[in-house]
Design a binder for this molecule. Structure first.
Ligand SMILES: O=C(O)[C@H](O)[C@@H](O)[C@H](O)[C@H](O)COP(=O)(O)O
Length: 240
């Protein structure tokens, strides 16, 4: 389902309302809400909005558990860290307790960090299906999502939930949820805005199937729902 808005601010408000709805549904039904955060720059304003006076009282944040779709293999206090961005924009403002945050531990060697995270997921879901309530994803202008980059081995992954790999394009190791893990989610929401993303959005949503070139095409929920939250600039090349 596509949700298209005139500008980024309207889009972010609509997505914040969507997060509130999903969080309160999950908390009412199961007493907690598992929320996977995307990285990069796009979600920062969303996190700040959720932590604002307008939204902070709309969710019982003590019942929200935070995960990451991917992480750059840098220390947790490095400016490129997705965890650090979320900590500054969301966790600190809402005084989220550390026990509610599942960080990808980049102090471990990459492969161990991936295995450690997979254990964390299986512990949270008590060894049943790892089925996040909401996964937030971004989209690169090369149509990658999380750290599922074009022409990388992780695109073929069928079994693992989390993988570590060196991404030549960005010259760094990344830890990422795999497509099978993401696709088990109850709800998946892409947040994409700005004209630089328009071509990638068109390829992913309307181009021929080419997962190696456009990895975000891998994201197809198994029984859950898929939502694209776009501004008109990012949606500029697709049929409305
Ligand atoms: O760690 C990351 O960089 C993200 O997880 C990545 O998948 C991001 O969502 C896209 O690259 C879009 O990034 P921007 O929002 O910065 O354009």
């Amino acid at each position: 389902m596509k949700h298209i808005y005139t500008d980024a601010d309207t889009l972010l408000t609509a997505l914040a309302d969507f997060v509130v709805t999903k969080a309160n549904e999950a908390i009412q039904q199961q007493g907690r809400f598992s929320f996977v955060l995307s990285g990069g720059s796009s979600p920062k304003k969303l996190f700040e909005l959720l932590a604002s006076d307008r939204y902070r009282k709309q969710i019982d944040w003590t019942k929200v558990f935070f995960f990451f779709g991917d992480e750059r293999y840098v220390p947790a206090d490095h400016p490129d860290s997705n965890f650090l961005m979320a900590k500054k924009a969301l966790f600190d403002a809402l005084q989220i307790s550390p026990g509610q945050i599942f960080r990808m531990k980049t102090e471990l060697v990459p492969e161990e960090a991936a295995l450690d995270y997979e254990k964390d997921l299986q512990g949270y879901f008590v060894n049943s299906l790892v089925r996040f309530d909401l996964v937030l994803l971004g989209l690169g202008d090369d149509a990658h999502t999380a750290s599922l980059f074009p022409h990388t081995s992780v695109l073929q992954e069928k079994d693992s939930l989390v993988k570590a790999l060196y991404i030549d394009k960005v010259k760094m190791n990344r830890i990422t949820l795999t497509a099978p893990c993401i696709n088990q989610a109850a709800t998946i929401a892409f947040l994409v805005y700005g004209p630089s993303k328009a071509e990638a959005v068109q390829h992913v949503l309307e181009g021929g199937q080419n997962i190696q070139e456009y990895p975000a095409q891998l994201i197809r929920p198994n029984g859950g729902s898929l939502h694209w939250f776009l501004d008109e600039a990012a949606a500029g090349r697709i049929r409305k």
